[in-house]
Design a protein around this ligand. Structure first.
Ligand SMILES: NC(=O)c1ccc[n+]([C@@H]2O[C@H](COP(=O)([O-])OP(=O)(O)OC[C@H]3O[C@@H](n4cnc5c(N)ncnc54)[C@H](O)[C@@H]3O)[C@@H](O)[C@H]2O)c1
Ligand SMILES: [Zn+2]
Ligand SMILES: [Zn+2]
Length: 376
């Protein structure tokens, strides 16, 4: 089959690889109809992780079941499914409590596995014609047959649940005001989720004009931090009070508003912008090791944190990968009933052969490249 593989920093290629196949009785093989490129792929693409060469990228996958193992009873050939980026066993201590992003069995020695991802187990990704899906009965979400809502449903594997999770982690309640750091696909999905959940107002901070325009289209207030300190802007917009909640949707490779890479700058902004006793949800990825970082501290995943302000304001903060299965069924139904259209942020739909150029453009944040879908 054809697949996109990692050859080294900023070097990916579409090549022939052995077909994905059933390796355990609980596996299925899915023929991929849509697989998305994600901001998380860029961390690996840029050589900022220890992902090995030859791995197939792609953790945002959907498609049609092609084959099932002898132990699969719920899924059958021809079923249309969305695959959460988390690969979970369904029966470990964390899975039993719905924390499928921290499965203890699928990536032994640590918690949490994913397709085609650094430090998240040996699994191949789905930017390919076919994908092996472990514990398929547990992981796959059934979708209505056919092709309707393809570009909305493809957001169920990661970014829609992840945006939703960021809002959930912030502790948001209806009527709360929310500031989202980052207008990338995850930040935009957090903004959408906050709206669906009844936020009184959502602010989205970024400096990319095309992405800020999408945030505005979703009904959020765009805050362009290239025009000035984001904390000052949010304070001005909230009469000096700050917002009730904050969501971090940038991650450790954040750049401060002057353009200098500074891990932790978004957390600092949130601690200063969220009002006393408010909550912060962090879904942007932070890593324990970053060999490519500029300072010794950052190489070990450490950065300064305004703990005094955080404590004095009585803030709370929750973090981590999204437990996609905790939300994807309900989010699917919001799509089916027309209450949410996450596919509205799609900027490009391409074939697998175009994926190499797509990575380059997306990585360089070429204007207009917001969310790229590949249809292998
Ligand atoms: N927790 C999870 O389960 C999960 C799932 C998917 C993605 N992620 C992570 O979420 C993050 C965002 O993903 P994405 O696909 O939207 O990425 P992206 O790279 O497309 O978008 C990030 C955006 O942040 C903006 N930005 C950079 N520095 C900023 C700053 N200081 N203030 C405001 N905006 C700033 C950039 O201009 C960009 O538009 C990444 O770290 C990704 O790895 C986490
Ligand atoms: Zn993703
Ligand atoms: Zn598990």
């Amino acid at each position: 089959m054809r697949a996109l593989v990692y050859n080294g920093p900023k070097d990916v290629a579409v090549v022939d690889v052995p077909d994905a196949r059933v390796e355990a009785p609980t596996d299925a093989v899915v023929r991929i109809t849509t697989t998305n490129i994600c901001g998380s792929d860029l961390h690996m693409y840029e050589g900022r992780t220890d992902i090995e060469t030859g791995r197939i990228f792609g953790h945002e996958n959907m498609g049609v079941v092609e084959e099932v193992g002898s132990g699969v009873t719920r899924l059958k050939k021809g079923d249309r499914v969305s695959l959460p980026f988390n690969i979970a066993c369904g029966h470990c201590r964390n899975c039993m409590r719905g924390r499928t992003a921290f499965c203890l069995e699928t990536n032994p020695g640590t918690a949490g596995a994913a397709y085609g991802f650094a430090d998240m187990g040996p699994y191949q990704g789905g930017q390919a014609e076919y994908l092996r899906v472990p514990f398929a009965d547990f992981n796959a979400l059934h979708l209505p047959q056919g092709t309707e809502h393809e570009n909305d449903f493809t957001m169920l594997s990661d970014i829609f649940p992840t945006g939703w999770h960021g809002v959930e982690l912030s502790g948001m309640e209806p009527g709360d005001s929310v500031v989202v750091m980052g207008a990338g696909p995850v930040g935009l999905m957090a903004a959408l989720s906050a709206q669906v959940r009844g936020a009184s107002v959502v602010y989205v901070v970024d400096r990319a004009p095309d992405r800020l325009a999408l945030a505005e289209k979703m009904g959020a207030v765009a805050v362009d931090d290239s025009k000035g300190d984001p904390v000052e802007q949010i304070m001005e917009l909230t009469d000096g009070v700050g917002t009730d909640r904050g969501v971090e949707a940038v991650g450790w490779q954040a750049h401060d508003h002057t353009g200098v890479e500074k891990p932790g700058t978004t957390i600092e902004t949130l601690v200063q912008s969220v009002r006393a006793t408010g909550g912060i949800g962090v879904v942007g990825v932070f890593v324990p090791e970053d060999p490519g970082a500029a300072t010794e501290e950052a190489k070990e995943g450490r950065f300064a944190f305004p703990y005094g302000d955080f404590w004095f304001k009585g803030l709370s903060m929750a973090t981590g990968q999204a437990n996609v299965k905790a939300y994807n069924r309900q989010l699917r139904d919001l799509i089916i009933t027309g209450k949410a259209s996450p596919g509205s942020i799609v900027s490009h739909e391409l074939g697998l052969a175009d994926a190499v150029d797509a990575y380059k453009n997306f990585d360089e944040r070429v204007d207009g490249w917001t969310k790229v879908l590949l249809h292998p």
